[in-house]
Design a binder for this molecule. Structure first.
Ligand code: AMP
Length: 282
């Protein structure tokens, strides 16, 4: 695996290839990231991963400084997983000027849920993804692919719209959420949890499962189901931001005729904010 830091070195490393399969990450890799890389192996002629903790997508009171950085270990995992090129830019490589051109994703899609609780988050995500795509795909000759996790459901939806609206020559592929054996979605932020919090953490996923079952049973209003989930989490010392049932296609409020749905939740347990979701058809 070649490890490159500058844009010039990245472009030189990719020059012999026609169709990169790209997995962007913020590092501190786990099996969720490696599942994306495994999917990437099925596409294109070179596997590219990036590790970049993107300051632009963190709010002033969020965990940019504390975000776990485990570069050596990540390199070993990527190498073993068959990654060909790792792009690990420094901030000056990716943002040589202050990044004042910004991608503002559409309201409706990006100012709800995560966007409502993390103002500016999807501006930072969309801008860095656009930029990483420019870096990785500039020499692409045939169709390129990029891989995102369903764990960040709203993020992959926004990136699909970004690709469509800017006619980017890349196909987005999503991977199902990879979970610990007790159901907790794998996340770099799980390392913030104390032992007691780690034991409690699967309740988020369990509440989403209960919401899904309640929707399928059809006996309560969606608002009542959402309210029950919020109350359950609060009763166990969580501070939920949202627990909602939405249309899968656009995160709109489901009408009675909508069948393809997703339940999404975000909640703080102590100082750790966790998110999760489950897609289903009713
Ligand atoms: P991150 O490093 O957290 O920015 O995540 C990089 C990519 O990995 C994103 O596309 C995430 O959605 C994806 N990802 C993170 N956790 C998981 C997981 N547990 N299962 C599947 N994909 C994941």
């Amino acid at each position: 695996m070649q490890v490159v830091h500058s844009l010039d070195a990245l472009r030189a490393a990719l020059k012999p290839y026609d169709s990169p399969a790209f997995v962007p990450t913020m590092g501190n890799l786990h099996d969720g990231h490696l599942a994306l890389l495994a999917m990437a192996k099925e596409h294109g002629d070179v596997r590219v991963a990036s590790i970049f903790v993107n300051r632009l997508q963190f709010g002033p009171n969020e965990d940019f400084d504390a975000y776990p950085r485990t570069f050596e270990h990540d390199c070993a995992l990527l190498e073993a997983a068959g990654c060909d090129v790792l792009f690990a830019p420094g901030e000056a490589d990716l943002y040589p000027q202050a990044q004042t051109f910004l991608i503002h994703p559409p309201t409706g899609l990006a100012d709800v849920l995560e966007g409502a609780f993390r103002p500016g988050f999807f501006v930072g995500v969309s801008t860095v993804v656009m930029k990483l795509f420019q870096c990785v795909f500039s020499g692409t000759k045939t169709q390129a692919h990029a891989f995102f996790g369903e764990k960040d459901f709203q993020q992959q939806l926004i990136i699909r719209h970004l690709v469509t609206q800017f006619a980017l020559p890349v196909t987005i592929v999503t991977s199902p959420t990879i979970r610990e054996s007790d159901g907790l979605a794998m996340s770099s932020r799980n390392s913030y949890l104390s032992e007691a919090e780690r034991a409690e953490a699967p309740r988020l996923q369990a509440c989403l499962q209960a919401m899904l079952a309640a929707v399928k049973a059809g006996q309560q209003s969606l608002e009542a189901i959402e309210g029950t989930a919020m109350a359950t989490l609060r009763a166990h010392q969580w501070q939920p931001d949202y627990m909602v049932i939405r249309r899968r296609e656009d995160l709109g409020m489901p009408t009675d005729s909508d069948r393809a749905l997703v339940v999404l939740g975000a909640a703080k347990l102590g100082r750790t904010r966790l998110i999760d979701n489950l897609s289903f058809d009713r």
